[in-house]
Design a protein around this ligand. Structure first.
Ligand SMILES: [Zn+2]
Length: 373
């Protein structure tokens, strides 16, 4: 991975930020805040986590936690607006048509996206939302746009073109630019197509009661509103799939909207303490005020129950945290308890593959076919 391919999520991979033995002498570890924060996490974390013993209790918990998460992310501050969709470009390929579409998600907030429409079957098509993570040039890598060599490299390195992979299997696939990425970068990060503006947007948003996470979730839900207006989409069969920050988007969007019937999270399902607190230099978009106090990531997975959820984990993905797959399993265990309440254990699957931080995808099409077709 060259320097331009490094992402805010992967920049510190390999470093154990909890160990400062190699720190320059001017640093005294006793003066640092990390251990203080670890202790605070231990004292206050996860007070709103999943503890229901039956389905009625689960439903009450789900409604209350949903409201809480919409509050702390600023989702509740977002303003509905007419979608006013515009198709601005169409490009034909051998197996699919690519539309560039713009929709309005809040007053004056425009989200550009690619829609990949399969040729070889008849509409209405089953639908895949394919949000991107970091280092993808926004929607470009996911949609398989190889014209820019940096994005072509990202596709090869991370197997990033999962949007293209889904359209070739007969799904109409929506690849949006999240706020701060691709065509939606702020000036502070426009020099590099693969960089992002998460930190700059959060710097502006958090003092105003909003977060990047809330904005992304809101925009994906408005995208589903748009999908429901398209005659070529079967909006009863909507799946969502993403790598890394695209899994973050899928996780939150599915946790807070039952219209997403089936989900795949790749490289983003692990305990907050090891993965986001101990790895405190991760990108700003991972951090929501009060999040660690309320829940752990497994609780977001529990909110999705009993809808099908596949989680891909690489054996050597440094973002899993210091204990690796153990930090994944602890969260699977939380979510699994929710699926168990519904006797839906087979709808939650953790696929562990030998590798680093990348889209594996070997079971993704099968998973969507199994549950959406
Ligand atoms: Zn970010």
């Amino acid at each position: 991975m060259n320097e331009s391919m490094q992402t805010p999520e992967t920049m510190n991979q390999g470093k154990n930020l909890g160990v400062q033995n190699d720190a320059p002498k001017r640093f005294q570890t006793s003066l640092m805040m990390h251990s203080y924060m670890q202790q605070r996490f231990k004292n206050v974390a996860r007070k709103d986590g999943f503890r229901a013993e039956n389905i009625p209790e689960f439903k009450v918990w789900k409604e209350n936690l949903g409201n809480l998460l919409r509050d702390i992310t600023g989702y509740n501050t977002m303003i509905p607006a007419p979608l006013t969709p515009k198709i601005t470009e169409e490009v034909k390929f051998d197996d699919y048509l690519r539309q560039r579409v713009e929709i309005q998600t809040e007053p004056g907030v425009i989200m550009p996206l690619y829609v990949l429409i399969p040729h070889h079957i008849s509409p209405p098509y089953p639908v895949i939302l394919a949000p991107h993570g970091h280092g993808s040039g926004g929607k470009s890598a996911v949609a398989g746009c190889r014209e820019d060599p940096i994005i072509a490299h990202a596709i090869d390195h991370f197997n990033y073109d999962y949007g293209l992979q889904f359209v070739l299997e007969g799904f109409i696939t929506f690849c949006p630019d999240a706020r701060g990425f691709g065509e939606r970068q702020e000036f502070a990060s426009k020099e590099d197509i693969c960089s992002s503006s998460c930190q700059w947007i959060n710097n502006m948003a958090i003092p105003l009661g909003q977060t990047v996470t809330g904005m992304w979730t809101w925009d994906l839900h408005r995208l589903i509103d748009y999908i429901e207006t398209r005659e070529d989409c079967d909006s009863t069969r909507i799946g969502s799939a993403g790598l890394s920050g695209g899994a973050l988007q899928t996780l939150w969007a599915a946790a807070l909207d039952d219209r997403i019937k089936c989900s795949i999270l790749s490289g983003y399902f692990y305990g907050y303490k090891e993965a986001l607190l101990d790895r405190y230099t991760n990108c700003s978009c991972n951090y929501v005020p009060h999040l660690f106090e309320c829940i752990d990531m497994g609780d977001l997975g529990a909110l999705i129950a009993p809808r099908p959820l596949l989680i891909e984990s690489g054996t050597r993905d440094p973002l899993n945290g210091a204990s690796g797959l153990e930090n994944v399993k602890s969260q699977i265990k939380i979510a699994k308890r929710a699926y168990h309440l519904f006797n839906a254990e087979d709808a939650l699957k953790n696929v562990v593959f030998d590798g680093e931080h990348r889209w594996d995808g070997k079971q993704s099409v099968k998973w969507m076919n199994q549950w959406l077709i």
